[in-house]
Design a protein around this ligand. Structure first.
Ligand code: KG4
Ligand code: ZN
Length: 343
């Protein structure tokens, strides 16, 4: 059998992503984002995202095919994110993918968004995915730690956030510091010259009694509240808020917990490598601390290029191709969008 040519569709949040791959070869990765439309609300608005996908999907599919120099009738299969994510947003992608697959007479593969993030590493030509691996996935919508023994047959959720996602915490803290959305890059900029040890903000779910039940889970809402309270007290006392110190100290609290738990998971479960994914991976301090701690623990750290870390269609296509090459049956057309789809 020849290597499958797969088109992947991703619409779980605010990026309309369409990718084309041949096996593990990346041919196109086209993104249309509705980020700008959400900026004035300070976060992603589900209804706005769904409508934006509906408008962007068809032109994005055309653009991806053109980029890949592939015509529709050459496709061997269509893959699509069926969850987890925003229900209405997912439905647009699922509906379009089904229509495309039926009209072309090709099989369709419904895939999990989080597993897709891991699959993105297949496309990293310098060092493609190896298993077993621990995967730390951090974005505005999710914060999850996965144990991946086999990409298509054995992925286990070790832990996840019990409240806000890490990116969401960046967005909320940026907002209370008067910085625009999305907050991650803004906090990064504001933290320049700040002292990360200036304020000791809480590290969620790291106390011994929390660790019993939440060994690999995360929590960021307490941190956000602590930052808010600290800033309020400063303002109430009529003192200026040292924004650089607050930003640097907040960022340190987030990346400290993320990297500590991820590296602990590698060590405790005997897994020799750690893969990072999701939009928050753009954070320079997160990369730095992860590299430092992984090296100290003798663990290989893998960070795909950022264009494959943020939500995209190529990772979904890559996972679809992998399912085909592993001999998996396609999905039957009865599947729907599942906003809480487990891995
Ligand atoms: O993966 P992504 O593009 O998709 C969504 O979750 O929609 O991630 C976006 C999130 C936002 O919350 C944004 O604030 C965060 O990633 N982010 C960052 C940085 N760049 C983006 N967080 C921390 N540091 C950054 N440099
Ligand atoms: Zn994602």
């Amino acid at each position: 059998r020849s290597t499958p040519l797969v088109l992947g569709i991703e619409t779980s949040c605010d990026e309309t992503g369409v990718g084309v791959v041949r096996g593990t070869e990346l041919l196109a990765n086209t993104i249309a984002s509705s980020m700008d439309e959400h900026a004035r609300y300070g976060g992603v608005v589900p209804e706005v995202a769904a409508r934006a996908h509906l408008e962007a999907l068809e032109p994005t599919i055309r653009q991806a095919l053109a980029e890949a120099s592939v015509s529709l009738d050459e496709l061997d299969a269509v893959a699509v994110t069926s969850g987890p994510g925003l229900a209405g947003a997912l439905m647009v992608g699922v509906g379009a993918a089904k229509a495309l697959a039926v009209s072309l007479g090709v099989p369709i593969y419904a895939v999990n968004h989080l597993v897709g993030h891991v699959g993105a590493d297949l496309l990293d030509t310098d060092a493609p995915l190896e298993t077993p691996t621990i995967a730390l996935l951090v974005s505005g919508g999710h914060t999850s730690l996965l144990l991946v023994r086999d990409l298509v047959s054995d992925v286990e959720l070790l832990g996840e956030t019990i409240d806000d996602a890490a990116g969401e915490a960046f967005d909320k803290v940026a907002r209370l510091l008067g910085l625009p959305y999305p907050g991650g890059p803004e906090i990064d900029r504001a933290a320049v010259g700040g002292d990360p040890a200036a304020i000791r903000f809480p590290r969620g779910l790291t106390k011994p009694k929390d660790l019993e039940r939440h060994r690999y889970d995360f929590s960021f809402s307490g941190l956000k509240t602590a930052v808010a309270r600290w800033v309020e007290q400063r303002e109430a006392a009529g003192e200026p808020v040292p924004v650089a110190d607050v930003a640097a100290s907040f960022r340190e609290a987030v990346v400290d917990v993320l990297t500590a738990k991820a590296v602990d998971a590698c060590r405790e479960l005997g897994v020799p490598r750690l893969l990072l994914g999701g939009g928050v991976i753009a954070n320079a301090r997160l990369r730095e601390l992860a590299a430092e701690r992984a090296a100290a623990a003798g663990i290989e750290l893998r960070i795909p290029p950022l264009s494959l870390c943020t939500d995209n269609g190529a990772m979904i296509a890559a996972l679809g191709a992998q399912l085909i090459m592993a001999g998996h049956e396609p999905s039957t057309l009865g599947f729907g969008a599942d906003s809480t789809l487990p891995v």
